[in-house]
Write a protein that binds this ligand. Sequence first.
Ligand SMILES: Cc1ncc(COP(=O)(O)O)c(C=O)c1O
Length: 485
Amino acid sequence: MNESQGMTGLILNEPLLWDKGNKGRSGYSLPRPDIENSFIDETLLGSGPDFPDLSEMDVVRHYTRLSQWNFGVDTGMYPLGSCTMKYNPKVHEILAGLNGFATAHPLLPARMSQGALHLMSELQSFLAEITGLNAVSLQPAAGAQGELAGMLMLHAYYRKQGRPRSKILVPDTAHGTNPASAALCGFRPIPVSSDDQGVLSPGRVSDLMDTETAGIMLTNPNTLGLFEENIRTVAEIVHARGGQVYCDGANLNAVMGMVHMGDLGVDVMHLNLHKTFATPHGGGGPGSGPVCVKSHLAPFLPIPRIHKTEEGYVLSDDFPDTIGKLQAFWGNFSVMIKAYCYILSMGPHFLKKASQLAVLNANYLKESLKGVFHLPYDRPCMHECVFSDKLQKAHGITTLDIAKRLMDYGFHPPTIYFPLVVNGAIMIEPTETESLETINEFIRTCRSVAREAAENPDRLKLAPVNCKVKRLDEAAAARRPCLAD
Ligand SMILES: Cc1ncc(COP(=O)(O)O)c(C=O)c1O
């Protein structure tokens, strides 16, 4: 056995449990049975899978070691733009795990679920207040499902008026899921290019907005991390032609307590509770993408809807214009609990402060790395900033090389090659929870990587060299995944 196959301490290689097993080893100890077990018919036992014989310690160490190969917000800074990978206080996980919540069964009648319904109803009111909209459904289980709910509602709204519309405007700075959600619902997405400042031009919207168009589906702040500063004028143009304004509000982390989207002319928007409100995005875990609307769209919200009556909270399906149910039961309740606790524990003052800090951190980072990496839109940003590899290209170094080298320094890479409007994009979202020391460390590291790109580009081409898994052929890894080791 060589050094890298060592069995103790910080290991570099971890064998499969099958390779670690040793015949006769056992992970339990039970008293000998005091009855004969001859009553079990041996022919029914079968041979079973060939599980390895392991001790409890073998198993605990195996899984603990594997868990240490992972990277998460509990490990270090995770500047993945567009994902808001901020640190979420553990107390919210504990609260979501309380017995009364965790064991609540969705098939219990409403009269036995009053606590859960109370929480959901209050959360809806909080989200309505934060967005400046009038009614909310917590049903959608992801941001993209919230988008789909919004599009289905617009579809139902026009059908109800007896004049269906077939197209929808989608800016090139909208999130990638937006055109997909619109198309899934039967709308033809019409791309709108942003102007040289990275935001929507009212003139371009006006040129494209006709009476066949259901409205616009914009992301604000957009995927360049910029506030859509012409949103009010854009909304006026869209409304004047009978259209509706959909806002992808997944990036609410930048604007909580700062702006009411309803006041800017937004008719319908979704939020990502699993980015802004105490559940991490990514990792494929449960999400929640509530959809919030102005009153005229409320009849189309998904069912069931929660109502407060004199007898308490009830769930009602009695909405003839509803788009119907989006999924089983009521949505991802544990994510709602965390969002509810987060909002209550922060209060309006600290929600606003969180957004201010998220924006401050991103602008500090942007100003500090300006010139180190190319900054295509040199103007104040919101919660994230977008660079490109234009300066490093001269040395044959690409965004991918930079991202891989950051891993050698212990940082999760930023989002790369997104948004598509920037060639070789490097999209960094520091979030409000990173300390100045950590952000400074990240800035110093980016500077070192940029220096290496100029002085020793081969080092970046080979990166990562310090990680368990080295540079992968990513296309092959996706097409022929090797899941065995
Ligand atoms: C702006 C924006 N819209 C929509 C989504 C989609 O959300 P989900 O991944 O929950 O479907 C995301 C995801 O990060 C996003 O950043």
